[in-house]
Design a protein around this ligand. Sequence first.
Ligand code: COA
Length: 399
Amino acid sequence: MRPEGSAPSARDLLALSLGTTVDNAGPGAEEASQSFRPRRLSPPTGERWHGTPHQVRIAGCGKYLPERVLTNHDLATFVDTTDEWIRARTGIQERRIASTEETTSSLSINAARGALATAGLTPDDLDLIIVCTFTGDYGGMPNVASVVQHALGANRAGAFDINAACSGFVYGLGVAHGLVASGLHRTILLIGAETLSRYLDWHDRTTCVLFGDGAGAVIITGEATATGTSTNRPQSGGLMSLVLGADGAGANALLVPAGGTRLPPSYESIDARQHFIKMDGKDVYRFAVSTVPDACAEAIANAGLTVDDIDLFVLHQANVRIIRAVVEALGGSWDRAFVNVDRYGNTSAASVPIALCEAVEMGRLKPGDRVLVAGFGGGLTWGAAVIEWSPFAGLTNPD
Ligand code: COA
């Protein structure tokens, strides 16, 4: 039984700090009860596309950050922490927090619209939508990608989610690249999105200061290769290499213990605060600085490049100390490292696409540049890839 008269909930504390009331009705509960009429499928286009190899490129990108800013100083009013501690240990100054009306799908949809605009495409052009996330709208299903598909009106698109925690977007890049390169799909919307604030224990200062909400999206598309022969290394644009890895032995270092089949929701699991992110920060730090440099070095070598050929390092924005350690271990130049963790905190699967998009908007990532991306986190998982950046055909800045 739940004990009476417990302390204010974490959401109450956050609402207090943000000056809002928290709506406890589940997102989408209303839609779920509405009746549904199946839609007719579009007729086949008859295009010669399937099964022929294609050269892949990133054709557009978009990002969305919730308006609400939660600074370290704001946090210090209801968490036992200080701005100095957070800045010194992580480089974070502030993060964005989704409003009570926002969900992972709504963040995704905003980022997706920007990506479509920069690519000069419409939702009808999409064959597939992939959302990389571990903070879905619902408790398991439907996936976020289906909610996005419906909201965009992407009537030709399939939809699924990928969960590889903070590495998710790099895993998604590999999946999307493979589907387009093989000719099975032409145009894929790949999104990284998280509403981590709903999974944070605002009583736990060792985790709640680190994370934020947001979404980033890219369009991955292809053109038939001139020779009609398959190639893993496009002549210009797209993924030049991909390294993925996992070590499930370290899973307990970063996890949400309850809510799945292992520990279904119960009064006990809620009272023990097991539905929130738990982390052994030191273990995760050691894992990141020992594994990620090797994965990055392998991705650079597999692309046939050296570290000096990398124009921009877009590493997962978990902690500026980790980003610096990885770039130093690679022998890279710090002025080529992209950093926005100071403004957004760790947005998990969203951090790499948000950073890519922001780098484009700031003029730090241009067509022809070689960018190293890397993700790492829960699982434990990691991924690194080298991308040759491509020009966009649509708006240069959808904002
Ligand atoms: N504010 C103030 N003090 C805090 C604090 C906070 N938010 N969080 C922890 N502390 C305290 C600890 O209680 C500890 O106090 P003690 O020495 O009295 O016991 C002290 O600060 C040092 O804690 P420690 O955990 O040793 O700090 P750290 O130097 O390892 O830094 C992290 C903590 C979380 C910043 C660091 O381990 C890290 O970045 N890990 C990787 C996390 C990460 O990136 N996760 C996501 C991967 S996707």
